[in-house]
Ligand binder design. Structure first.
Ligand code: SF4
Length: 365
């Protein structure tokens, strides 16, 4: 059983902090992207000899809601033609408050989608402006309402450590988002130097500032029954995102689209990372030499990576799955960073706040 991820590399406008691969103002290329995507999907079908069974589907980007309904129909036709969705247990699309329409919600509801992941980011207009988002808080509230009134489950993304943000505005965003959402993802603003915001603000200063916002989310959300089940994710028990859990448990995820990264049986494949390279690869039927990267993990690398990924989650890792050296390192760190049992090691809320320094130790092994 596999996860399937599809990267939609189009946005209405590039946000000032974004370093994901997506292009703005090129919606005329969407149909060509769909044609190339079909070539890639077909390749998996022929390699496997039959439709690959998909357990979770995640359409991300970019901004999937820049696709109109006929483009969505085509996308779904491709997925259905080359993959088996018989055993699908979860299907998510990311959405942007500025472009999500009633028609999208209707389409998702009629086509077995279960979740919408909405990029709210903040409910403060000044913060949204600084981020360079096209929507304002009113638009975000309308989009949340639209999903809430459907049968789809709503997850919202929020960003903290935005320049000018304070605990009051952060608390307000959290408080209002959970009136609509059943799942919240919180991300610290991290600025790459080559982004417009990265040129304007000091990433280190923002990072230092981030700690208090994260701590507040860890304090507030569990009191509202949004339990922290992963470094960035909070949800009531049983409402976790299954697709992401598959990544953290090192399960197979097939990823289609420019810059998408698949993980299949211990091998990581990174797709051509621009639209142009992706179109070229499609013309050649996606030969392996046009991949940006093909990395076969050794057993040791797999084990270290599994430790890092599993420790991101509240379930942690089985001691039996740890390299002896990794277990020794974790056991030598301060006890208050962990919740330990004879069988498992997981991070405590404090450990989650200091996760980066724990990964560094493990990566150095
Ligand atoms: S909408 Fe998302 S993917 Fe698109 S530019 Fe903004 S942050 Fe990046």
């Amino acid at each position: 059983m596999n996860g399937l991820y599809i990267h939609v590399p189009f946005c209405e406008k590039k946000c000032g902090y974004c370093s994901f691969y997506s292009v703005a103002g090129r919606s005329s290329k969407i149909n060509s992207w769909l044609e190339a995507l079909e070539v890639e999907a077909k390749k998996y079908f022929y390699l496997n000899g039959e439709k690959i069974k998909i357990k979770t589907l995640y359409i991300g980007g970019g901004t999937p809601t820049v696709l109109n309904i006929s483009q969505w129909r085509k996308l779904f036709e491709i997925v259905n033609k080359y993959f088996s969705l018989e055993d699908l247990i979860e299907a998510t699309s990311e959405a942007n408050p500025n472009s999500l329409t009633h028609e999208h919600v209707k389409f998702f509801s009629e086509n077995n989608f279960t979740r919408i992941s909405l990029g709210v980011q903040s409910l403060n207009d000044d913060e949204l402006k600084i981020l360079g988002r096209l929507h304002n808080s009113k638009k975000a509230l309308q989009a949340m309402e639209l999903v809430k009134n459907s049968k789809l489950f709503l997850s919202c993304d929020l960003i903290f450590a935005i320049p000018g943000q304070n605990l009051r505005t952060w608390a307000n965003s959290l408080k209002n988002v959970i009136k609509f959402a059943g799942h919240v993802s919180t991300y610290q603003l991290t600025l790459e130097p080559d982004t417009p915001l990265g040129k304007k603000y000091n990433n280190e200063e923002l990072n230092e500032d981030g700690y208090k916002f994260y701590r507040y989310a860890q304090f507030f959300l569990p009191r509202k029954n949004f339990l922290q089940y992963e470094i960035s994710n909070f949800a009531p028990e049983g409402q976790e995102c299954l697709h992401n859990i598959a990544y953290w448990h090192q399960e197979n995820v097939i990823a289609l689209g420019p810059s998408a990264v698949s993980y299949i049986n211990g091998v990581r494949y990174k797709n051509p990372d621009t639209l142009e390279k992706y179109f070229y690869a499609a013309q050649k039927n996606f030969p392996e030499e046009l991949l940006i990267e093909r990395e076969k993990l050794t057993l040791r690398e797999k084990s270290i990576e599994l430790a890092i990924l599993s420790l991101r989650t509240k379930w942690g890792i089985k001691r039996g799955n740890l390299l002896p050296e990794a277990e020794k390192i974790l056991d030598s760190m301060p006890d208050d960073l962990f919740i330990k049992s004879p069988e498992r090691i997981a991070l405590s809320p404090r450990g989650m706040r200091l996760g980066n320094s724990i990964w560094c130790e493990l990566m150095d092994l």
